[in-house]
Design a protein around this ligand. Structure first.
Ligand SMILES: NC(=O)c1ccc[n+]([C@@H]2O[C@H](COP(=O)([O-])OP(=O)(O)OC[C@H]3O[C@@H](n4cnc5c(N)ncnc54)[C@H](OP(=O)(O)O)[C@@H]3O)[C@@H](O)[C@H]2O)c1
Length: 264
């Protein structure tokens, strides 16, 4: 299946609550679940997928190989473990999680390309790649990547990367689309939301989802948040709303761990 515009992020979801959140999201109509080896919740995500009763082809599953793995061979073995924990024989999308300094990026991308050829994932992509590394992956390694999963929300401009992705027929998957929950309380978004009988989180999400070649994966553990975010697809923003959002500061990055690359 194609990548759905809206998915469920699962970072910081663990144990029985993680399984329950995956189950409730799928029952409600979500068809994209995003996880990663680094989240330590693949077994619970896998249990939720199995308990949903949905056939494997009914949902889109994204996994990520961890940037802490030293070699492409280690990453290849870890992908087999991921498939076992998620109870599937094939991901829909497998990403390299971070372009950590010192990582053999070409080697891992070549490993992912082979994994795709071997039927372990239908597509491959990258995450947290700034433009210069995205260019390296596409133009030098020539890896057949379909996306860059990066931080993107109303408070952070990503126009150069988005333009590059669009020009190459690729997708920007927006992680932390709610700025880690901050946008659910944002006063300017609340003013826009009030005019539509919506919530600030819905405004933040619909601004992303209205953009070509952009998908989003908000994390929502609570059933109310899951429902709210799915209903954002029906919200209609107008030019005044978009102008108000355009006027917000666009330089606020919230995901910047010590192993992050230099952002360009
Ligand atoms: N590739 C990467 O390196 C990377 C990095 C960061 C994140 N991600 C992915 O992106 C996903 C999302 O990022 P994130 O979880 O850090 O941040 P986020 O999605 O921006 O925000 C999540 C927070 O917003 C709250 N929330 C969600 N919907 C809401 C609503 N409608 N109303 C009010 N509050 C709402 C959640 O609360 P409740 O859970 O309590 O409902 C949670 O506290 C992650 O789960 C992960 O899958 C990827």
């Amino acid at each position: 299946m194609d990548l759905p515009k809206l998915g469920l992020g699962t970072y910081r979801m663990n144990g029985a609550a993680c399984q329950a959140a995956v189950e409730s999201a799928l029952a409600m109509g979500y068809r994209h679940i995003d996880t990663g080896q680094m989240y330590g919740n693949e077994a619970e995500v896998g249990a939720g997928l199995a308990a949903s009763g949905l056939p494997r082809e009914a949902y889109f599953l994204t996994g990520k190989v961890c940037h802490a793995l030293a070699t492409p061979d280690e990453a290849r073995r870890s992908l087999d473990e991921t498939l076992r924990r998620l109870r599937t024989d094939c991901l829909d999308l497998c990403l390299l999680h971070w372009p950590r300094a010192g990582l053999d990026i070409p080697g891992i991308l070549e490993m992912l390309t082979r994994a795709r050829q071997d039927g372990k994932t239908r597509r491959i992509g990258v995450a947290n790649f700034p433009l210069r590394l995205l260019r390296l992956a596409v133009e030098e390694v020539r890896a057949p990547i379909v996306c860059d999963q990066i931080e993107y929300h109303v408070l952070l401009d990503q126009t150069p990367i988005l333009n590059y992705l669009r020009a190459h027929g690729m997708t920007l998957i927006a992680h932390v689309p709610l700025a880690q929950g901050r946008l659910a309380e944002h006063p300017d978004l609340a003013r826009i939301a009030a005019r539509h009988g919506a919530t600030p989180a819905q405004v933040a999400l619909k601004w992303l989802l209205d953009q070509d070649s952009v998908a989003a994966i908000p994390k929502a553990g609570r059933v109310e948040s899951q429902r709210d975010n799915l209903a954002a697809l029906n919200l209609v923003l107008d030019d005044a709303d978009r102008a108000a959002i355009a006027a917000l500061p666009k330089d606020q990055r919230f995901v910047n761990p010590p192993f992050a690359p230099v952002w360009d």
